[in-house]
Design a protein around this ligand. Structure first.
Ligand code: TRP
Length: 334
């Protein structure tokens, strides 16, 4: 086994394609971290069921497509363990055992639960949805990781995973080591907005549900067309009107993707540059950045990803099975 420290992370396959918000907020960080750490890179298909239980037939396909996006983005399957959660049944067993030591009150207080409760509606609010953080704790603790690289939005989930581990250790003995949050350093990338604004003209996050995404795996023409329609400073009707780059989606993207963004912002503000020029330069810069990812993506076949995921499941199971031996031993289950 490699002597690198282990880290673990995952994404839900609620959609067949990842967008650049997923990339900037998490995936990009994973690609960097896999050089230093032994990365376990999971597609958490059971988590996707917490909101898609009525229509589960898309999930298997989505999982393969998400795994292709991982590899296209630079996850190296010869170093990193890329796998699907449901292929490693130990996740379910640990979830069950952890559920016995997790007080209901902790789960009811998780902020993401209250949000999801509202989006799924009262009649679809399941036991599984409430237990979402317990399943995530199982994902993490099975691999006894040194750290978990996630976006800031996942901090509450990591905190409850930690609480569950401490409680387990207190009851049955030290099985799970402490782990750290590996939040990306560059927060401006992590807060990449979508292409549009809300009713008040305020930029909002990039999300499939708002239909305001640039996908890793779309054509350069699609990207160009979306950027042409992106939100800019509403009061900047002519090139000579002053722009407000802080509130303009195109300027926010330039900041990430264009080395000349500071000049572009200043000229936008001073009214010596128009939104059209910004858009054209952004299209150029963004498509250039995404080109290697898109080229790699096009070269990954269904058979390729199936082989990567099969090998990944074997390696993940190997570690997870050892942890489960420790867990059963600690609890006296035999
Ligand atoms: N809750 C995470 C998200 O929505 C996904 C996830 C599930 C995860 N299990 C995990 C992330 C374990 C890190 C580690 O993004």
């Amino acid at each position: 086994m490699s002597d690198k420290k282990r880290i673990l992370s995952g994404m839900q396959p609620t959609s067949p394609r990842l967008h650049i918000g997923n990339y900037e907020g998490a995936l990009r960080n994973w690609v960097e971290l896999q050089k230093t750490y032994k990365l376990y890179c999971c597609v958490v298909d059971w988590h996707a069921l917490t909101t898609m239980a009525e229509d589960p037939n898309q999930i298997a396909l989505n999982s393969r497509e998400v795994a292709k996006d991982y590899v296209a983005a630079g996850i190296d399957p010869s170093e990193t363990v890329v796998f699907i959660q449901s292929h490693v049944k130990e996740h379910a067993e640990l979830h069950l055992l952890l559920s016995m030591v997790t007080p209901l009150g902790w789960l009811e207080r998780v902020p993401t639960f209250k949000e999801k409760q509202q989006t799924v509606g009262a009649e679809r609010e399941s036991y599984g949805l409430l237990g979402y953080p317990v399943l995530q704790a199982a994902d993490i603790l099975l691999y006894k990781p040194y750290g978990v690289p996630v976006g800031r939005d996942q901090a509450p989930h990591l905190e409850i995973s930690r609480e569950i581990a401490r409680r387990f250790n207190r009851l049955y003995g030290e099985v799970f080591p402490e782990f750290v949050n590996l939040i990306p350093e560059d927060e401006s990338r992590a807060k990449l907005p979508g292409l549009d604004a809300d009713d008040e003209g305020v930029l909002r996050k990039m999300s499939k549900s708002y239909d305001n995404c640039i996908y890793l795996n779309e054509t350069p023409e699609e990207t160009a067309q979306k950027i042409m329609g992106a939100f800019t400073t509403p009061s900047k009707m002519r090139k000579t009107d002053p722009g407000i780059p802080e509130g303009c989606a195109v300027c926010q993207f330039l900041r990430i993707y264009s080395p000349q963004w500071q000049t572009q912002w200043q000229e936008d503000r001073e009214g010596v540059r128009g939104c059209m020029q910004n858009k054209k330069e952004l299209i150029e810069a963004l498509n250039e950045t995404l080109r290697p990812i898109r080229d790699r993506r096009a070269a990954i076949s269904d058979d390729d990803i199936e082989a990567i995921l099969a090998a990944g499941a074997v390696k993940a199971r190997e570690f997870a099975a050892c942890t489960m031996d420790d867990v059963r031993e600690a609890m006296g289950l035999r």
